[in-house]
Write a protein that binds this ligand. Structure first.
Ligand SMILES: *Cc1c(COP(=O)(O)O)cnc(C)c1O
Length: 452
């Protein structure tokens, strides 16, 4: 056996906080307070994990959005997309700021009515409206956006039964240059379905055709796509006017504007790169103004913006359960926040900030949730300083969809707190209890007994 060659030992400098393939660290400051309220005291009072919503941020954001559109177009109306966040307190802020309600189910419709929204200011979207839902919407004079021909015929039947003339629009899908195309909802523009539906409505004379609707996608990063959609809707409206001498009162551009979140796989943070309200407003209003509407005949522009109005206002606070090393030596930190309450972790790299001061040294860390499931990953890789057991983190931009798509899975859903503009916290949704859950269940009598 030959002697192994001597190799000189080398000392390699460990680079902490350097960019890895997921970019550099972005968290340089702890987030100790939200709107003036200490994160520590919020967790102490309301528990961990905890959703926190900033009322001031919602109000600032909707004002910014309104300004962007109202500066460019004479008639603008926002309608709050309930499915994005239908906590009553959140909806009420939007309604106080002048937004109508945009709902996509009978449940959401009832929720808007129970909050006291005027039926005439509810836009009813979606493919599943039962006869009962439609009857309610017709009796309340709501705006019904027809999704398919079966719905059109149901409404036609109901007009006779109820002796009413419902206000309707159709949802139009189209090629906007963004693929895959969203063509499962509404009537297609290019193949003539939309024109066919409009003719059927106008010919029947039983409904009041008031608008045209589209919702071209979600987390859209291209304002130009909205420009194309607006131009196509304008063309349809003008064709109806030319053929039937009937004026379309509004064009509803739906929602889908990207929020400030960062999509997985994006190299730069969404807060730096995603289009602003001004970019979307410019594309949409230019398309409408440049179309052939007469100056005094421009339709009302309705926007159903959801995520871009509420994402930034939502925070999720949590605590560290444990740190451990993976088989390859990577740091794994387990949080008490699971993907059952942070659904959006599946498509965003959420910004995560420690809630207390920390050292300057960071390490590539994987953040896991507490669920006993392999998919429960909050961040696959992020540069963070060491977080000790019991310390807290703040997850940013979680206001959209998490509080509607959350799942009750092996734990109970947490409290939700709203911080008002005077920096006062209010509990707006109580955490669930075992009694809540058991209250919905029934055990048949033959299963009631077993040997203890
Ligand atoms: C979901 C939805 C919205 C809101 O979409 P965001 O991506 O949250 O802006 C608006 N309109 C309709 C019809 C929707 O289905």
């Amino acid at each position: 056996m030959s002697k192994l060659r001597y190799e000189r030992p080398v000392i390699m400098k460990l680079e902490t906080g350097m960019p890895n393939k997921f970019g550099t660290r972005t968290e340089y400051q702890p987030m100790t307070h939200i709107d003036g309220v200490a994160v520590n005291s919020l967790i102490k009072e309301y528990g961990s994990p905890l959703f926190v919503i900033s009322e001031q941020t919602i109000r600032n954001t909707i004002k910014k959005a309104r300004r962007a559109f109202e500066n460019r177009y004479p008639k603008v109306q926002f309608a709050w997309s309930y499915k994005t966040n239908y906590l009553n307190a959140v909806c009420s802020i939007f309604h106080q700021e002048g937004s109508w309600a945009e709902v996509v189910s009978g449940f959401e419709y009832d929720k808007a009515i129970s909050l006291g929204v005027d039926g005439r200011k509810i836009i009813f979207n979606g493919p599943d409206k039962s006869e009962e839902d439609l009857t309610k919407a017709i009796n309340n004079d709501s705006l019904i956006h027809i999704d398919h021909l079966d719905e059109l015929y149901s409404i036609t039947e109901l007009t006779e039964k109820l002796n009413k003339r419902p206000r309707v629009a159709i949802r139009v899908n189209m090629d906007t240059g963004v693929y895959p195309m969203w063509d499962r909802f509404g009537f297609n523009y290019e193949n003539g379905q939309a024109w066919d539906a409009l003719n059927k409505i106008m010919q029947s004379g039983k409904m009041e055709l008031v608008g045209l609707h589209s919702h071209i996608g979600t987390f859209m990063l291209s304002p130009f796509a909205y420009g194309i959609a607006a131009a196509k809707l304008a063309e349809l409206a003008l064709a109806v006017e030319a053929k039937f001498n009937h004026e379309i009162k509004y064009i509803d551009m739906g929602g889908g504007f990207a929020s400030k979140n960062t999509l997985k796989g994006a190299f730069l943070p969404g807060s730096d790169t995603n289009p602003s309200f001004d970019d979307f407003a410019e594309a949409i209003s230019s398309a409408l103004i440049n179309s052939n509407f007469k100056k005094d005949k421009l339709p009302l522009l309705i926007l159903e913006t959801g995520r871009a109005l509420v994402d930034e206002a939502g925070y999720l606070l949590g605590s560290v359960i444990s740190n451990k090393r993976s088989s390859t030596g990577r740091r794994n930190t387990i949080l008490d926040i699971g993907v059952n309450i942070l659904f959006t972790a599946f498509w965003y790299d959420h910004k995560i900030t420690p809630a207390q001061s920390f050292t300057q040294y960071t390490e590539d860390t994987c953040l896991y949730g507490p669920l006993c499931m392999n998919i429960d990953v909050v961040r696959e890789s992020t540069n963070l300083p060491l977080l000790n057991k019991g310390e807290h983190v703040v997850i940013h931009n979680v206001g959209a969809y998490n509080m509607t798509q959350w799942m009750q899975f092996i734990t109970l859903r947490p409290n939700v707190v709203l911080i008002d503009p005077d920096e006062k916290p209010h509990l707006i949704r109580s955490k669930e209890s075992l009694e809540n859950m058991n209250g919905m269940e029934k055990v048949p009598s033959h299963l009631a007994k077993f040997n203890k």
